[in-house]
Design a protein around this ligand. Structure first.
Ligand code: ASP
Length: 331
């Protein structure tokens, strides 16, 4: 019988131990993680799904996990917790959010301090995540970390070692855990989902950087089906890139995001070659508030769903939260 809350372990620091000489590595099972939490409700099912560092988790891993969780939900599970390496939580949570349609929450968590260290944060994060998975509904996928509840579309890992590393840029957290109970202060307005992709197109991210002549982008694009450009500021690239942008836009979707880490790509403020308005006139699709890592996943999933250029543009208008006229183009 499935438990009410499924705890699926994928590895990461939260599940790491020191098996021999050398550094820690993922090795603990889902049951080990559950056993380390005082006060965890008894209605949890342990599911050891992978034992990987966050850096080696793939989208196919996540889609296989989502298939399995969907079966558990159909059998009556009320929610799920996914424990994994924090290195890729901001992407894996968004990938799960893009395909999860049900009312049951999927809550991703992990730890910054491994269980060998003083004050490991994994047990408290797991307790918080199970609490949220058993309490909220219709929130899609959220990240619970350090007593904060973050929406998958906004959450970012912002510090390489700090335990308060997860931050919801451009809008703040969905809510908080207060005295052990979730309090939602910023409810989710809408959810946008696509079919689970079976084959994944190759989509890359390329950041603009000072004085770059674009030759590395041109070389990289030869193996891509789509590209996200993380532009300077509100969406700018060096003016010398404009012929390359023209040729890329003729061959594949080109999404324009910002490399700054927060704030939107603009549309009509600057008017020189390589500016945001110039690039969009050439065919680049603005990502709005969507971070380049998340924009890459959305473009990958949209291409996998066979989306037209107009559908890709509409999807970014909605997901990027800058278009009031576009509608989500997928069923
Ligand atoms: N530092 C990472 C973590 O917090 C390592 C990983 O992503 O596996 O889990």
């Amino acid at each position: 019988m499935p438990g009410d809350i499924v705890v699926a372990a994928l590895g990461g620091t939260i599940a790491s131990a020191r098996p021999s000489a050398g550094g820690v590595a993922p090795s603990l099972t889902a049951q080990d993680l559950i056993d380390a939490v005082p006060g965890l409700p008894s209605n949890v099912e342990a599911l050891s799904f992978r034992s990987l560092p966050g850096s080696s988790v793939t989208v196919p891993d996540l889609m296989a996990l989502h298939r399995l969780l969907s079966e558990r939900f159909a059998a009556g599970a009320a929610g799920a917790v996914v424990t994994q390496g924090t290195d890729t939580i901001e992407e894996s949570a968004y990938a799960l959010d893009l395909v999860h349609r049900g009312p049951q929450p999927i809550v991703v968590t992990g730890a910054m301090r491994n269980p060998m260290l003083a004050g490991p944060d994994g047990p408290a994060n797991l307790l918080g995540a199970v609490t949220v998975a058993g309490s909220l509904s219709d929130v899609g996928c959220v990240v619970v970390f350090a007593d904060e509840i973050h929406p998958a579309a906004r959450v970012r890992k912002t510090h390489s070692t700090g335990i308060a590393t997860f931050v919801s840029v451009d809008g703040g957290p969905l809510g908080y855990l207060v005295e052990g109970a979730p309090v939602v202060v910023n409810p989710r307005a809408s959810r946008h989902t696509l079919p689970r992709p079976s084959a994944l197109p190759n989509v890359g991210i390329y950041p603009a950087s000072l004085g770059d002549d674009g030759s590395a982008l041109a070389a990289m694009a030869t193996v891509l089906d789509g590209v996200v450009i993380a532009g300077f500021g509100v969406g700018h690239v060096p003016s010398g890139w404009t012929p390359l942008i023209d040729s890329l836009c003729a061959r594949m979707p080109v999404v324009l995001a910002t490399r700054t880490g927060s704030g939107p790509v603009l549309h009509r403020t600057y008017g020189y070659p390589g500016s945001e308005s110039d690039l969009q006139r050439r065919g680049a699709v603005p990502a709005g508030f969507l971070h380049p890592y998340k924009a890459r996943l959305l473009l990958q999933f949209a291409l996998a769903a066979g989306a037209s250029s107009a559908q890709i543009r509409a999807a970014f208008g909605v997901a990027g939260q800058v278009s009031s006229t576009e509608r989500w183009p997928f069923l």
